[in-house]
Design a protein around this ligand. Structure first.
Ligand code: GDP
Length: 298
């Protein structure tokens, strides 16, 4: 995860290690190199610009510290700015005062929504919740069955359309699932919705219709971290369309660069809430900006 960026930054910092103090020229040169590292990591340009401006301003104004040498000071500043750009605090799920809490997943096909639905359900179950998974992705032929497999693995029931039970209508399925959750006392409902290969008006309208039918407590935008800056464009389209409360980054295990992770918060104004790091149910956790920054600078 983020190996390329990590390696680049390590080499930038090691070139500072021999310096007794940093001149303005040193700081400018370092800022330039960090800029290149971030651009190579596919971080969105406005994010890179802000990041570099902050680092430069703080490095130039840095007080002479007894405890840290100049290289360590730059590392400290970059670490703090990385945490900031990744969202600062960990954003936790907000549960409804009156159950069930309704969580709706949105995102493109292949982003990892169905897998994520199972992981989230498993994670919630591990915390003592009683989730219900909902198969409202009726676009992709295998999606319902795939969710049922995930549900079985997670040990979580799946609400899926049955003949005469609103077949083919994801809005009906979503609405009924919330009624079912109330009846069977599931405290969280996780609704998997249909995606397409690209942003498309019909898909967005369907997501909006589901949203309006069930008024989710949290809408999570699920995006494949490996697509880099494209994730930002997709995020923007979903923000303008259905809107969302938080981001889930999937496939972080295959993301050597980190561009999506470092851009999406800044561009959409919404926090990254969860990270998915593999195909196993357990490869999933809350997103911790400080730990992620630590990994990058490791
Ligand atoms: P959906 O179309 O959004 O529902 O996406 P899927 O859940 O079907 O996921 C698409 C593919 O990505 C599947 O082959 C998953 O096994 C895989 N996948 C999902 N999440 C991760 C992850 O965090 N890491 C890796 N390596 N693969 C993942």
């Amino acid at each position: 995860m983020f190996e390329t960026l990590s390696d680049r930054l390590t080499s930038v910092f090691s070139s500072l290690r021999s310096k007794g103090r940093l001149s303005e020229a040193d700081i400018n040169a370092t800022a330039r190199e960090i800029r290149i590292a971030l651009l190579e990591a596919d971080v969105a340009l406005p994010v890179v610009k802000d990041f570099i401006a902050h680092v430069k301003e703080r490095a130039l104004g840095a007080e002479v510290s007894q405890a840290l040498n100049p290289a360590q000071q730059v590392v400290k500043i970059v670490n703090e700015e990385l945490i900031e750009i990744l969202g600062g605090e960990t954003r936790r799920l907000r549960f409804a005062k009156t159950p069930p809490t309704v969580i709706m997943l949105a995102g493109l096909q292949g982003a990892g929504k169905t897998t994520l639905a199972g992981k989230l359900a498993y994670w919630l179950k591990g915390q003592g919740h009683t989730p219900l998974l909902v198969a409202a992705d009726l676009q992709r032929p295998n999606a319902v069955q795939q969710l049922q497999v995930m549900g079985e693995r997670a040990g979580v029931p799946v609400f899926a359309p049955e003949p005469g039970n609103g077949v083919g209508d994801p809005v009906q399925v979503a609405r009924r699932s919330v009624e079912e959750a109330r009846r069977a006392q599931h405290d969280v409902v996780i609704i998997d919705t249909a995606g397409r290969l690209g942003v498309d008006a019909e898909m967005m309208q369907q997501a909006i219709d589901i949203r309006d039918a069930v008024s989710p407590d949290e809408i999570l935008f699920v995006v494949d971290a490996m697509v880099g800056q494209d994730a930002v464009n997709t995020a923007q389209a979903f923000m303008d369309g259905v809107g969302f409360d938080g981001v889930v980054l999937t496939k972080l295990d295959g993301d050597a660069r980190g561009g999506a992770a470092l851009s999406v918060r800044h561009i959409t104004g919404r926090p990254i809430m969860f990270a998915s790091t593999g195909e196993k149910l357990e490869d999933f956790d809350l997103f911790h900006p400080d730990r992620m920054a630590g990994r990058i600078l490791d």
